[in-house]
Design a protein around this ligand. Structure first.
Ligand code: KG4
Ligand code: ZN
Length: 358
């Protein structure tokens, strides 16, 4: 089966083609091509993603990206001559509603033209299955997904969501906890903005924190570990961001807002985030008797977090699955893959539900 994946939930316009097959009853997939057009630079001027700009850019970029994907394989008349594609997997949520609709409408147009079905995909499920792709398999070769012993705990860390999910089987999810305010990626981006770093701020904070560790800089400020001992598996990151706001304000007033100070705040912020996430991850593992860990979402590119969760997996002697860094951010490969694993699960109208959770 060949599947076209479409992802437009935020500020990446992404398309991917994958092929799947059952080999001796085991699911295998082959990445034909995965393309991403990032709008990050455009949104940078606004310090975050501006939904209507995202929508306009998706509308502008989808067709050229589709051409780039299809022409080398199916020739330049791919729109009129039905290509060898069996279904279209499209992100229907969660995400920014105007952005989501662009992908959905595009999928619907192609579906009508080629007379092939659409598989609606949950973006967060995409991040889960994306972490199960083999990282060392070259494009074009068949691969089996990594097998995460179940039940597994997925910790999903993105710009819009922070979720702890118990997974009994692919498609069988139970949300154990989530953020009550800012998502972890959002906190990274907002703190980066306070430090005068460009959007998206996560990689910049990560870099400064790495430098602080190398240069053995310590932080003059202790930031809160919000909800660390809340007795549940929910998170809160807005207090942490506000604490950075006050620290930065004071440092500016005291003429202490130096490059070294920025590094020290990045270090302490990253440490606070890592401690809270790791503490809740451990509780979830214990409560569910988890046999493995899956980490997903753009923030999972962070070095300290990867190391911290890796240590936790060692401590519990269970395997951990993290996406290779180049597919930790939003992409359509994971959407095509989630679609393939579900098949045409349900026949229902597509919706772009910006608030819908896994
Ligand atoms: O999953 P994702 O690509 O998009 C959403 O679904 O939201 O996540 C994007 C988030 C952004 O907030 C970005 O700053 C963050 O991932 N991010 C990082 C790193 N790389 C990307 N955060 C911390 N450290 C990183 N290295
Ligand atoms: Zn995402």
């Amino acid at each position: 089966m060949t599947i076209l994946g479409i992802e437009t939930s935020c500020d990446e316009t992404a398309l991917a083609l994958i092929e799947t097959r059952a080999n001796a009853g085991v699911f295998e997939c082959r990445i034909i091509q995965s393309l991403i057009h990032s709008q990050a630079e455009l949104h940078s001027a606004y310090g975050g993603v501006y939904p209507n700009l995202a929508k306009r850019e998706h509308q502008k970029n989808l067709m050229p990206l589709l051409k780039k994907l299809m022409e080398p394989i199916y020739g330049d008349d791919f729109l009129n001559q039905k290509p060898n594609i069996d279904s279209i997997a499209v992100t229907e949520g969660p995400g920014l509603e105007p952005a989501l609709w662009t992908g959905i409408v595009f999928a619907q147009e192609l579906s009508e033209k080629w007379k092939i079905p659409i598989i609606p995909v949950n973006h967060m499920e995409g991040h889960i299955v994306g972490s199960l792709l083999q990282s060392d398999t070259p494009s074009g070769t068949w691969q089996r997904l990594k097998q995460a012993p179940m039940p597994t705990i997925a910790l999903l860390l993105s710009g819009g969501h922070t979720e702890l999910v118990k997974i009994n089987a692919i498609g069988n999810y139970e949300i154990l906890g989530q953020t009550l305010d800012d998502a972890v990626g959002e906190a990274f981006d907002k703190v980066a903005r306070l430090l005068g770093l460009p959007y998206p701020g996560g990689p910049h904070i990560s870099l400064l924190a790495d430098q602080a560790r190398e240069e053995k800089i310590s932080s003059p400020v202790k930031l809160p570990r919000s909800m660390m001992n809340s007795g549940n598996l929910n998170f809160s990151f807005s207090g942490l961001k506000t604490a950075v706001l006050y620290a930065v304000k004071k440092a500016r007033e005291d003429s202490q807002f130096t490059e070294e100070y920025k590094k020290s705040i990045a270090l302490e912020f990253e440490q606070a985030v890592a401690e809270v996430l790791n503490s809740k991850l451990k509780t979830a593992i214990q409560e569910c008797g988890a046999l493995s860990i899956i980490i997903g979402g753009g923030v999972s590119a962070n070095n300290l977090l990867r190391q911290t969760f890796g240590k936790t997996a060692n401590e519990y002697n269970i395997p951990i699955f993290m996406p290779s860094k180049h597919i930790s951010g939003d992409n359509a490969l994971m959407i095509a893959l989630a679609g393939a694993l579900h098949g045409i699960a349900e026949e229902r109208p597509l919706r772009a539900d910006g608030t819908k959770r896994l």
